[in-house]
Ligand binder design. Structure first.
Ligand code: TXA
Ligand code: MG
Length: 355
């Protein structure tokens, strides 16, 4: 299969024609990758079981891992969910269109191929203008997982989609780098209190302000709970870089010293070492490949760069990676969740010295 690539321009007149063609392609059962505000999605017609099967095949993804149904009009929520509790309406009013996905009981018209066999459905109304137009042209319901091959970091730019999907899908819409860089927050509204299954740009605090108590799936920041994550996709070791990644947490200078010591140890053994630091610490690291995740005072910058950095280390054939830890509150919860998963939960805690 030859994958067509269309460049979307800011305010480009040809965009509308590209989006229309892409929408037609989805209606006919084809697969189209497209930008959203979080990461690139790999779209198929959510109401066509054959399209969902094709999505799983293109990604190499296990078919028990349900897809998110993307909509472009609030009223369409009632088309795919059989029950919409008042909490869901309040969340939609506050955060849609935007980087938030709700789990609700599914309506009959949503095929089980799309929901990975579940009776519930994940629904998201993205804010990205091209995504919204595409969904409209496609008939209103687009199933879209992140557009990476299974086990790779989610794509934040079209060239990463191309790397993973060229020849496997019909079309890629290139809308430039995404704004957020981490996948949407997933909140399960089929349980009381509502539970966050995947942290994201819309934080636990933001949801709790609106709804009162909102729990966090216990498996999100720890792996010793002995429980399976509630979002089937969270159990897979996603986002895994080729290199062996360790997170180092502790007082800033101790972290720098520890990482430098490890870096020179492995470099002396002929390994290629990568380090993820921040603007505040970058100049103090010595290794083959030192990358800046952003500034500690601007967590959004870190979220935006994290997946690109992991892909770059892969391209550079880095075999050992050390990363600073980030605060686990607020948006940091999403950043640390993705980093911990990439590291297979390998984290070293350094203590304050008491001399
Ligand atoms: O930001 C995003 O959400 C992106 C963009 C493209 O919209 N999409 C995305 O999709 O991240 P995906 O398929 O990579 O991740 C969806 C996650 C998986 O972990 C899946 O298991 C979970 O959502 N999920 C989907 N439906 C579910 C359901 N009914 N119950 C529990 N978890 C569900
Ligand atoms: Mg994904």
């Amino acid at each position: 299969m030859r994958t067509k690539i269309f460049q979307l321009k800011e305010n480009g007149e040809e965009n509308e024609e590209f989006l229309r063609q892409a929408g037609e392609c989805l209606k006919e059962g084809g697969l189209v990758a497209f930008p959203t505000e979080t990461v690139y999605g790999l779209g198929g017609d959510a109401l066509n079981p054959e399209s969902s099967r094709k999505i799983y095949a293109a990604k190499g993804r296990p078919s028990d891992n349900p897809l998110i149904v993307h909509i472009c009009r609030l009223e369409d929520l009632w088309q795919v969910a059989s029950e919409v509790p008042p909490e869901a309406e309040r969340i939609a009013e506050a955060f849609w269109p935007g980087p938030l996905t709700m789990i609700l009981p599914k309506a009959d018209r949503v095929p089980r191929e799309t929901t990975g066999g579940l009776d519930t459905v994940a629904v998201r109304f993205p804010s990205h203008p091209a995504a919204r137009r595409l969904i409209e042209y496609a008939g209103g319901f687009v199933a879209a997982p992140s557009a990476n091959a299974s086990g790779r970091p989610s794509p934040t730019e079209a060239r990463y989609v191309q790397e993973d999907m060229e020849g496997r899908i019909d079309m890629i819409l290139d809308g430039g780098p995404v704004g957020i860089g981490l996948e949407s927050t997933i909140v399960d509204l089929t349980v009381r209190p509502p539970q966050i299954l995947r942290p994201g740009f819309v934080t636990q605090d933001m949801l709790a302000q609106l709804l009162g108590q909102v729990d966090l799936d216990v498996t999100i920041l720890r792996d010793d709970s002995g429980q399976a994550p509630k979002a089937p996709g969270m159990k897979y070791r996603h986002y895994a870089p080729k290199g062996d990644l360790t997170i180092v947490s502790g007082p800033a200078q101790k972290v720098v010293d520890y990482i430098n010591e490890k870096a020179s140890f492995y470099a002396a053994r002929g390994e290629k070492v990568g380090i993820i630091g921040t603007e505040e610490s970058l100049g103090r690291y010595r290794a083959d490949s030192v990358k800046c995740a952003g500034s500690r005072t601007d967590e959004e910058s870190i979220g935006r760069r994290l997946y690109r950095i992991l892909r770059e280390f892969d391209d550079e054939d880095v075999t050992r990676i050390y990363s600073e830890a980030f605060s686990a509150g607020g948006y940091g919860q999403a950043i640390m969740n993705r980093l911990l998963k990439a590291a297979g939960h390998k984290i070293v805690y350094l203590e304050e010295s008491h001399t």
